[in-house]
Design a protein around this ligand. Structure first.
Ligand SMILES: Nc1ncnc2c1ncn2[C@@H]1O[C@H](COP(=O)(O)OP(=O)(O)OP(=O)(O)O)[C@@H](O)[C@H]1O
Length: 428
């Protein structure tokens, strides 16, 4: 693939690699940011359940189109071809409405409504990088409210966003983003629509400096024990006590016996239980803060969760199953030594591609002693970033980003030199 000239449309085959929604979200976000028109064909063409745009994807298309005054073709449910021609982000962009708060300060009141219980966490993948990187008409905070599903299978839940994604983004250089859950929206137990709000402070600096989520120690050195584990269980109240009973021994089995829920414990386990108000809705996430050698007193965050999707014969039995599976998966993530869990690696690809220079994300070693491979989702995101920005990813999780917005002139045009036509991942 040659270098695209300004205004030239980048064509993406929606069946490439994972061939699902991730490809669309990353492509549209990068298109809206860089002003590069994009045409996606055979949208979600690898989905056996049927391709085309679903409500969640469509909500992203429309929000981004509003945000950058884009011209769009094919933005309908079920559409398998989409053309997105971005315009400018300015005061006329209908996505950024000013609102005056009771204390008379002003914010941009941004709203994305999926209209179904489609995943808000997935919609966020398309629009959060856009908000964090774009030069908004004025440097105001953004109050972003997303409506749809907050706990949806195969996607980042509200808990994952607030407990894993946002702290990780803060650790790589973004301001702290506060969140507030309005109402839960479930894809299980009869779908229901919920919402949450993120308070995103204005960016002081433009662009993102290179970041490193990687130890300075040898790559195969053993990770330190998590200093803190946090368990959140949302399920019928009748099984909360049972959940607490099985949780601690399972944690001891996988992470060692030093964890305690007592205040001031050296290795602390905090447990939050919330009623799900529906007998078919059960969700569990376990999050670990793992200490880093360098910088000292710092931690990285790993998470694993499960929105229970099996037939529930007994809530207690399901709770036991959830505790065992999620704790085991989190322990595997921790033991790999990786600084990101599998899903976070998928989500960081776009940030690596946009950051300035080399950013490193260490995903750890597998049981076979080899560096853990990126998921198909991550590889798809990398492929899209290569097509749109010409960036390069290396097999150990490094990427030479374009420094979007870092050109110190106020211009926001990334280099498109060196676009590679290969899906191979060169070794460093
Ligand atoms: N439990 C989880 N926690 C956090 N992130 C998750 C979790 N499960 C999946 N993800 C993330 O959700 C995204 C799913 O992308 P995918 O393309 O499959 O979504 P989609 O829009 O539903 O597409 P499609 O309907 O075509 O499958 C990936 O980025 C993946 O990392």
């Amino acid at each position: 693939m040659g270098r695209a000239r300004p205004g030239e449309v980048v064509e993406l085959d929606g069946r490439t690699l994972e061939g699902g929604g991730q490809l669309i979200r990353i492509a549209l976000c990068l298109s809206a940011l860089t002003g590069t028109p994009v045409k996606i064909t055979d949208i979600r063409g690898n989905r056996s359940s049927g391709g085309g745009l679903k409500a969640q994807h469509l909500a992203c298309v429309k929000w981004l189109a509003h945000a950058c005054n884009a011209t769009i073709e094919g933005a309908e449910k079920g559409s398998t071809t989409l053309v997105f021609e971005p315009g400018k982000v300015d005061e006329l962009s209908p996505a950024f409405k000013r609102k005056t708060l009771p204390d008379r300060s002003q914010v941009y009141d941004c709203r994305l409504d999926i209209g179904t219980a489609g995943s808000t966490g997935l919609a966020l993948q398309a629009i959060l990088p856009f908000i964090l990187f774009s030069k908004l008409p004025s440097p105001l905070p953004v109050q972003l409210t997303l409506s749809g599903g907050t706990n949806v299978s195969g996607s980042p839940s509200y808990e994952y966003i607030t407990q894993v994604l946002l702290p990780t983004l803060h650790s790589i250089g973004f301001p702290e983003i506060k969140s507030k859950l309005g109402k839960r929206g479930w894809s299980h137990g009869g779908s229901s629509i919920g919402n949450f709000t993120l308070d995103i402070p204005p960016r002081v600096a433009s662009g993102l400096p290179p970041f490193t989520l990687q130890n300075v120690q040898p790559l195969d050195s053993k990770p330190g024990k998590p200093t803190h584990l946090h368990a959140t269980f949302v399920a019928p109240a009748s099984c909360h006590e049972h959940f607490r009973t099985v949780l601690l021994p399972t944690i001891h089995h996988h992470f060692g016996t030093s964890y305690s829920t007592s205040e001031g414990a050296a290795r602390n386990l905090t447990v939050t239980c919330e009623g799900s108000l529906h007998e078919k809705r059960m969700y569990f996430i376990l999050v670990a803060n793992v200490p880093t050698a360098e910088p000292a007193h710092s931690t990285y965050t790993l998470g694993r969760d499960w929105l229970y999707d099996r037939k529930i014969r007994s809530h207690e039995r399901a709770a036991t199953e959830m505790v065992e599976r999620v704790t085991n998966e989190l322990a595997e993530e921790w033991l790999s030594g990786g600084w990101v869990d599998e899903h976070m690696r998928d989500q960081l690809v776009i940030f690596q591609a946009l950051a300035e220079g080399r950013s490193e994300v260490w995903a750890g070693m597998g049981e076979d002693g080899e560096v853990r491979e990126p998921s198909l989702h991550a590889r798809t995101a990398e492929w899209v970033a290569k097509q749109m920005l010409g960036v390069r990813f290396y097999s150990e999780g490094a990427c030479d980003g374009v420094g979007y917005g870092c050109d110190h002139t106020g211009e926001q045009t990334p280099a498109r030199d060196g676009i590679e036509d290969t899906l191979d991942r060169p070794k460093r």
